[in-house]
Write a protein that binds this ligand. Structure first.
Ligand code: GAL
Length: 403
């Protein structure tokens, strides 16, 4: 009885408090975003500085039409070159390529998708357009008023500000950088809108150590990805040791996908996508969606591979061992499951000879039954079995009940 009275009084007090507060909505903590690595598409890797409002609409249409939306792709992200000039009040306007950002955001939302935008802490973006220095709160409010769901914040010209303000003092420069990212994180939070915050400063100053604390949902771990094998493999190799920094709400970002771009071979596209899944990386496609070839669509919409990437445990995979030019990676998945990737980084079909899979090194005991996620077939793995892979190809296996 006593506890009932206490509870009733507490509820009454709470109700009075709520009635007295002006707007409970603005005060609410934004809902948690990026609980699994963000999935979507970004304009930069195909359109670069030429992207227009129409390209974004067409891409949103294609995400729905190709089944990518059904497979989990949600964010449609406008990268650099949408920005115009600031007016007398400091309000940033779009340039002629993007006549009405609010209307564009409404269009993307009408497809059941979310929209992302790009800026940076310096005076200018990498492509030389207006960035957010001195206008962080104003810009965050503007994005929220448009209905923006994701911000990629790119260091670019702020590097010069850091040098000018603290010449020769690397530690002070780093503190300035952290403060600049923190400023925008707070500005985004103050909007009350859930907005994914993506840090882009190329993996400098061990960003993985400080980005989660200021609310970063993902942070680039390397320089820009390029659509060639050397770049993809180099980036994969650079992710070793970063596993412990990644998890639900805060992810290492080895950069956006190049699947379907440049001269990547079918094997290289498969391996690129497989390894991003093993790394719990954000899956932001960057290809020409209206002209996507069926084999590229098949890679980007492989739901078994996407399920590895989006696994709820959020544990990034690790390279367990290498033998010659073959690397063996594993990833722990929810429910005790496991993903294995065997990658042939060599330049011809025979570079994997004589590769034999060592199950013991993977913590496995004896024969295992799994699924090959590229053929869809059930496979038996035995200790010391010979595996022959084509150049730059991958064997990606899911073991639901590893022993
Ligand atoms: C780079 C960034 C790229 C792209 C480009 C736009 O700094 O790493 O992903 O955003 O700027 O200018």
């Amino acid at each position: 009885m006593r506890s009932f009275v206490t509870l009733s009084l507490s509820l009454l007090a709470l109700t009075c408090l709520m009635a007295a507060s002006p707007s409970p909505v603005a005060a609410q903590a934004p809902q948690a975003v990026a609980q699994t690595p963000p999935m979507g598409w970004n304009s930069w890797n195909f359109f670069f500085g030429k992207v227009t409002d129409k390209d974004i609409r067409d891409s949103a249409d294609q995400i729905v039409a190709t089944g990518m939306k059904g497979a989990g792709y949600v964010y449609v992200n406008i990268d650099d070159t949408w920005e115009g000039e600031r007016d007398a009040n400091g309000v940033l306007h779009t340039n002629a390529k993007f006549p009405d950002m609010k209307a564009l955001a409404d269009y993307v939302h009408s497809k059941g998708l979310k929209i992302g935008i790009y800026s940076g802490p310096g005076p200018k973006t990498c492509a030389g357009y207006a960035a957010s220095l001195g206008h962080e709160d104003q810009d965050a409010q503007l994005y929220a008023s448009w209905g923006i769901d994701y911000l990629k914040y790119d260091l670019c010209s702020y590097g010069k500000n850091m040098q000018d303000e603290a010449p020769g003092d690397k530690a002070a420069q780093m503190r300035l950088m952290i403060a600049a990212y923190d400023k925008m994180a707070k500005a985004l939070k103050a909007t009350g809108r859930p907005i994914v915050f993506s840090l882009c400063q190329y993996g400098w100053d061990a960003v993985w150590e400080w980005a989660p604390a200021l609310g970063g949902n993902l942070w680039r771990t390397t320089g820009d990805v390029q659509p060639n094998w050397g770049s993809i493999y180099n980036i994969v190799s650079q992710q070793e040791g970063l596993e412990k920094y990644s998890g639900p709400g805060h992810w290492n970002d080895p950069d956006m996908l190049e699947v379907g771009n440049g001269k990547l071979s079918p094997a290289e596209n498969r391996t690129h996508f497989s390894m991003w899944a093993m790394l719990a990386a954000p899956l932001l496609a960057g290809n020409d969606l209206p002209n996507m070839k069926p084999e590229i669509k098949a890679i980007l919409t492989n739901r078994d591979v996407i399920a590895i990437d989006q696994d709820k445990l959020g544990a990034q995979g690790s390279r367990i061992y290498s033998d010659g030019e073959v690397d063996v990676w594993s990833r722990h998945l929810a429910g005790g499951a496991m993903a294995l990737a065997v990658l042939d980084a060599g330049s011809d079909r025979y570079s994997s000879h004589p590769f034999h899979l060592d199950l013991g090194k993977l913590g496995l005991h004896g024969a295992q039954t799994g699924k090959d996620l590229w053929t869809g077939k059930t496979v038996e793995l035995t200790d010391n079995m010979a595996i022959e892979l084509g150049s730059h190809d991958v064997l990606l296996i899911r073991l639901d009940t590893p022993k």
